[in-house]
Structures are given as C-alpha cells and as structure tokens.
Design a binder for this molecule. Sequence first.
Ligand SMILES: *Cc1c(COP(=O)(O)O)cnc(C)c1O
Length: 586
Amino acid sequence: MGSELARSVLRTAAVPSYPPAANSVLDAKVAYFSMEIHIEDDIPTYSGGLGVLAGDTIRAAADLGIPLVGVTLVHRLGYVRQRLDPERGQTEEPEPWSPETRLTELDVRTRVEVRGRSVELRGFRYDVRGAKGGSVSVLLLDADLPSNDPADRQLTDRLYGGDAEYRLAQEIILGIGGVRFLRALGCASLERFHMNEGHAALLSLELLDEHVERRGASVADATDVDAVRRQCVFTTHTPVAAGHDQFPLDLALAVVGRPELGRMPAGFTHEGMLNMTYLALHLSHYVNGVAKRHGEVSQHLLGEYRIEAITNGVHVATWAAPPFLALYDRFLGGWRADNFSLRYALKIPLEEIAAAHHAAKSALLERVALVTGIHLDPAVLTLGFGRRVTAYKRPALLLSDLDRLRRIAANVGRLQIVYGGKAHPHDDEGKRLIAEITHRAADLGDAVRIVYLEDYGASTARTMVSGVDLWVNTPRPPLEASGTSGMKAAINGVPSLSVLDGWWLEGHVEGATGWAIGRDGYERGDGADDRRDADDLYGELERVIVPIFYERPDDYLTVMRNTIALTGSFFNTHRMLEQYIAHAYL
Ligand SMILES: *Cc1c(COP(=O)(O)O)cnc(C)c1O
C-alpha cells in the first residue's frame, strides 16, 4: 500500500503545473485562419484533409500551451452528407447543425461590406482542451442575424457551396471579418496571422488597412506592406496553379469593394484575376508547402517567392483508435503531452500490438456489418482506401485489373477491401469513379469482397485507418501535396502501400514502415503510368505483402510496430507545430 501511495504521489508530482495555460483568447499571439476546421467528429465544419489538419494543429497548440486562437466560419449546413445507391451513385444532402446548442455565443459583433451591403457578424467560441489542461479557442463566425438581408444571412451556411460570388463573400467574412472580430473582442497581443490556404488571404488587406489608418494616411506605402508581411504566414496546400483560389477582377472589385482594393500595391493580382495564393504570397514573410516535395514543386510553380516546407502531421490522441489509446497509456508515459514518445513503441511486445489491432479490426468489421449487412472475415488481409474521391487520387487503380486481383486472392492469399470517400458535388469525374468502384466490386463478388462505406467523415476515417491491415494510396505524382490519412493509419500500427509522393517520400522505409508503388519521379501522369503503377501495386501485394501477412505474421507485426515508432513519432502535429513556431512564428 505504502509504495502504491508513493508511486501515485510521484506520478502526480511528475505532472508539472506549467505551462501557464493559454486560456484566454485575449492572450493569443497567433491567429490561425482556416475555411474549415474539424473541431469534433459530429460538427460538420470540415470537408476533408485541410480541415482535419487545422483541427489537429489547434489540438497540438492546446497540448503544448501555445497562445493561439483559431478562426473559421460556422457552416450551419455543413459540407455535404453523402448518400450512395446502386442506381444513382452519390447524391448529397445538407448536414445542418445547431451552433447555439453546442457552443458559447460571444457578446461581440462586427461588420463587413459585401457588394456594398453591410453584413453584421457574430461569433461562437469552442474551447479545445489540451493534454496538460491548457486550452485553445476557435471562433466560428456567423452571418445568420435578423439585421442582415435574407440572402446575406446564408453566407456562412455552406462550406465550399454556392458560386464564385458566394465563395468570395465567405472569404471576406473569414479574412476581413475574422480580423475585425478579434479586434472587437479586444485581442491586442496578436503578432502572427497564419493563413491556412489562400481562402483566408483577404485578412492581409484588413491588416494593411489597419496600418494605413494608424498612420492617418489613405494609401498604403512600402512600410505598411513590410509591416503586414512581418505579421503574416501562409501555408499553401496545392501543387497545381489550377487549384488556386481566384476570382475575376471585376467580380472582386464589385464584391470586395473599391476602397480596400484601391489601397493595394502592385503585385496582388495575377493574370487579371484576384488570386488568393498570390495575394497571400505577396503579403507574407514566411510561405510553406506541406511536405518537402510539395515545397520544391511549389517553388518551381511560384517562381520569385521563397517557398519553404513543413511536413504535415496528425494529432495522435485524435486519430488513435480506443485500443491503441489504451495501449499507449499503458506503455508510453506522457505520450499525450509529447507525441515524440511514440518512438518507444519499439518496447511494446508484439502480442500487445496484435491484440490492439485485433480489437480495432473487429470494431471496423462490426461497423461494416451494421451499415452494409456484409460480414467481412476477420482472418482475411483487409485493404483500406479512404479520402476525397477525385481523379488525381486514382481510387479505382486498385481495381483496374480484376483478373489479376482474383488470381492473387485465389493463389497467394485472400483479400478484402474497404472503401470510403465523398466526391465534391460539382466533381462529376469523382462521382463517376465512385460508380466505377461499385460496379467493379459487384463484378468481383465473393472472389474479393469490397464494401464502400457511405458518408466518409472523421469517425469513419478513424475506424477505417485503424481497422484495416494495409492502407493504400495511389495519387498521380506530384499532385498529392502531403496526404495525412497514411499517418493516421501509422499511429494505429497500419502500414501503407503508397505511391511515392507527398509525405510518403519522407515516411517510407521499404519493408520497414510499409511499401512503395512505383519509383520516385515527377514527370508522369499519362495512361501508361497508370498501368505501370497498377502493375507495381499488384506485384507488391503478390510477391511481398500477402505472403508476409499469411506466412510470417510476426514479421508483419514488426512492420506494424515500426510504423508507430518511426512514422508516428515524427509525422504528428506536435513536431509540425514546433517547426511552425521555430521557422514561421518566431
Ligand atoms: C484525414 C482525412 C482526409 C485526408 O485524407 P488524405 O488521404 O490525406 O487525402 C480526408 N477526409 C477525412 C474525413 C479525413 O479524416
């Protein structure tokens, strides 16, 4: 008893009472702006990777006691709820939620001008608690007020909804409204404004206005531009120019308004468009891509601006499934406050990894049975593919040669596949790919059983990345800026079989943390490459992965343990945020 007590006292004493928790929005030094933020699984203010990254960044800040505040929109109707049926493929519905019942409303209002109309904004606050008791707040802006024109009340309803004008109005609310709202709250100690993707770029115009006004001037000069640059940090997330958010100049002038744009120095437009990437580039002192390769590709694309790289990560406590949370709590003291501790997963006995994985796999198969009525076999090697469905991710590559897949399953070892993912409502090619996967799955029948889980969101993602045996990713290089779902799989001991692009170029150690499809090289992208990559994918399964899984289970478990220790201890948002602090914020 005595030693038990001593141990518990020691445990208590070992938890320091610092850092001074950043509990107040008013103390924030960094404002982090993102059009989407995954704050909770069932709050539909996110669509995919970008919002998940934003949420994981904020959760890391809460763990580390970083004085940061998040800014986003309330998105009352969410993104889209996906329905799948054999006849019509994907259809979408809104996913309304009620911020009033989940969040605290702040007693502050501000205003922005949209197409010459004044739109009043309020804000809700959501507090993210960290591992050591600190917290970071997220502010969610809302235009649904009776004082606003009925059309303007809907401006904060739909994430990535509407036409160009609607999107631009949302960006005014996020960027300009966000800065004004922080000022109205009394945030005076903000030193850095981080734009997570170009959607938030208009915040730089508001900061510029602040400097102009402070000088009592009416036009910005070079000192104002320099001052804004010192304040701003920009993270770009797409490696193609076509992916950059941009608006025709006449629309921008009409919607954003003449006074703000009139004060802009040269360099904010690009090829006759208000290009949010160029605006953010022009007014930031630090710009980065989200993986090393993405930094290089962006540098090539964006010429005269200097582009650095900080590779993405995931927040371990958010993405580890319950059996792995319990395992880490038992074996890795302090890991919640320090994700680098995952390195010591090398000490966890293989049987313990096996037991946790078995529990996670059972949870996935139960969920599959519940929602599809299909009973997958827990003894069969299970592949997972889940992410936004769009052409460059090539979700059907895995099913491009059904005979080959049948032969592997019949002669080398059985396979089954779990798919998930939504296509953006305007992405017809993405929707066609979902239909193609469903048809090919029907062709395979019982030879290789395939299920497609409807309405892929964070909760389905967590169940999938932890419950499969192998996570597959097949982007067409160099279009995967980073990718993060393979990192989520890794912290659940699930290795990747992935094309060498994005983060996998840094995370991949052949045969130790997973397996590569194809060789490294950017200049690809035609049909022949699809065939070659598919051939490689099947070859890896046939010659390497399926035999290890069935014939040398301890070797497979060793790879699983390595993914936690090598991949998980590095590709997390604790490491990522510390790099932002060292390179971008300080
Ligand atoms: C992590 C995540 C993504 C991103 O997946 P990638 O493979 O990195 O593209 C998308 N959607 C959801 C719901 C996620 O949790």
